[in-house]
Each structure stands twice: as structure tokens, then as C-alpha cells.
Ligand binder design. Structure first.
Ligand code: AMP
Length: 277
């Protein structure tokens, strides 16, 4: 399986792919079915597919989160190989992506970063776009694939790439869930089996809100459900227009309202969302 660890090797391999439609799936590894769904989508729509595996330090605002982040390159390579052995993997060292200082560049996001993850995790999206811009610049893919699990990230990437005149088309792919509803995440591996099982209630709560007639009391509904799961700390539960991530004036007239949740259990941050229309 083609494995590349430096930008020079990557660029040489990309030259050999001239004329082929190219798809990129950026990841931080510890791959699960959510990642593999993005990779399979990329395979359907491109002649060559790159998967990057890089734990990007600048998007972590807590050292403990970075140092506990799961990683297993050998397993990731095996999982990708099973999907398609022709997929190119780019797994650089930190010094390759940050040859000088390990810091973010500075970007403006039209306020999209002022809510939810952006508000709770200062600098997170500056770090995300720093690495995404470096990867897009290196691979120069025609298409890049991101998950709707990180919906705010997807909207920020779309907004930034449009403003920056990036030629790569950005695609969002649906959330892949564990059988009991928990959105798949590399961080789920850090949970005890009890917490992981119990965490299925978050998706059930989102579904219950989607099915509720009276959408004015969503927040109260969610708070009530979380009160039944005291080990889970709710950080936010907000209903926003999905394009602009702004508050709804009124549910009836909203175009694409989406409900977003973030919670922590056993020190692990979990996020999820659901379209309400
Ligand atoms: P990560 O490795 O967590 O940075 O994720 C890499 C990409 O996979 C991002 O675009 C995520 O949004 C996406 N992703 C992660 N988990 C899921 C999931 N459960 N379903 C769909 N996409 C996901």
C-alpha cells in the first residue's frame, strides 16, 4: 500500500497521477466506520484517493486532550487496505507540517466560529483551517470529504475555501453511528464500556426533539433528559440555521434548522447534531 511521510514524496506521487480526478479525506487517524464511509464516497467519485492521517496539535486547546488522543497507524493502514489497497496514505511527522513553530495561521470566519465548538475551544478552528489549508495546498485534490458529525467544522471549511478561492470542491457526508445511536468518534475508544453504552441516549434525545411538535421547548427537553444521566455534562444544546449557524427567528419560517449538542463524560467530549426539517 502506498504510504508517504514527507511532502516531497507526496508531491512526486501526485505528479504521477496527473490527469486523474483526485479525492482527499483528511483524518487524525484511529479510523472507524465514519472515516471509512468518507473514504468509500471518495473512491466512488475519484480516480485516485488520498487519506491523510495526522494528529494536528494546533487544533487542540487542551494538552491533556492531545496527549490522550488515540493513535494506531498500523491498524489504520490495515483498515484502509481492506477498503482498497490502491489508496494513498499521507502520514507525516509534526515537523513536516510545522517545520518552524507549531502555531496556527490566522483566519476570519464571518462569525461562524463564535458559537458552539469555536466558543468553547478557543483557537480550535484556526488550527483546523491551518492544517486543512496545508493539506489542500500539498495534495491539490479536486474533491475533499468531511463528516457532518463535525458540522460547524464543515461549514467553516466551506466558507473559508470559497472566500480563499480554493479550487477543491468540499463535500459533507452523513454521520455514521454505532448501533445504539452514538455518533462514531475516535474519542469513543477512551470511554468505559458503560459510558459508551449509556451515551446512546444523546442520539435518542436528538430524535425525540426532531419528533416533538412544540419546538419552543427543545432546550428544556434536552436538559430534562440530561438530568437523568448525571455523569454526562451538557455544554450546549442550540438550534441554529445550518448554513449561517445563526439563531432561528422562528422555527416555522426557518429554512434548515439543525440541533447541535456537546457533552462531556469521563473527560471525553462528545458532539452530535440532527437536521430538524
Ligand atoms: P477526525 O479524524 O475526527 O478529525 O475526523 C476526520 C473526518 O471524519 C472529519 O471530516 C470528521 O467529520 C469525519 N468523521 C468523524 N466521525 C464521523 C462520523 N461518525 N460520521 C461521519 N464522518 C465522521
Amino acid at each position: 500500500m502506498p504510504l508517504f511521510q514527507t511532502l516531497a514524496e507526496l508531491q512526486q506521487a501526485r505528479k504521477a497521477q496527473t490527469g486523474q480526478l483526485c479525492g482527499l479525506v483528511p483524518t487524525m487517524g484511529a479510523l472507524h466506520q465514519g472515516h471509512l464511509a468518507l473514504i468509500k464516497q471518495a473512491l466512488k467519485e475519484n480516480q485516485c484517493v488520498w487519506v491523510s492521517i495526522f494528529i494536528n496539535p494546533t487544533q487542540f486547546n487542551k494538552q491533556s486532550d492531545l496527549s490522550s488522543y488515540p493513535s494506531n497507524l498500523a491498524e489504520d493502514i490495515k483498515a484502509i487496505h481492506l477498503v482498497d489497497p490502491s489508496i494513498c496514505i499521507f502520514a507525516p511527522a509534526i515537523t513536516e507540517m510545522y517545520p518552524q513553530e507549531v502555531i496556527s495561521a490566522s483566519f476570519l470566519f464571518n462569525g461562524l466560529d463564535c458559537v458552539m465548538e469555536g466558543a468553547d475551544r478557543p483557537g480550535h478552528f484556526q488550527g483546523v483551517i491551518t492544517i486543512v489549508s496545508k493539506l489542500l495546498e500539498a495534495v491539490k485534490p479536486d474533491n475533499a470529504y468531511f463528516g457532518e458529525k463535525d458540522f460547524q467544522q464543515l461549514q467553516i471549511i466551506k466558507n473559508w475555501s470559497k472566500k480563499a478561492g480554493i479550487a477543491t470542491k468540499i463535500y459533507g457526508c452523513p454521520i455514521v453511528r454505532e448501533s445504539h445511536g452514538l455518533a462514531m468518534s475516535s474519542r469513543n475508544k477512551l470511554l468505559s464500556s458503560e459510558a459508551r453504552k449509556e451515551a446512546g441516549f444523546i442520539y435518542k434525545a436528538l430524535i425525540a426533539c426532531k419528533n416533538t411538535e412544540n419546538k419552543t421547548s427543545l432546550n428544556a427537553n434536552i436538559k430534562k433528559i440530561f438530568a437523568e444521566h448525571p455523569t454526562f455534562k451538557l455544554h450546549y444544546c442550540v438550534c441554529l440555521e445550518e448554513e449561517t449557524l445563526t439563531e432561528l427567528e422562528e422555527f416555522q419560517t426557518a429554512t434548515s434548522p439543525r440541533l447541535f449538542i456537546a457533552a462531556t463524560v469521563e473527560g471525553v467530549r462528545l458532539i452530535d447534531n440532527i437536521a430538524l426539517k
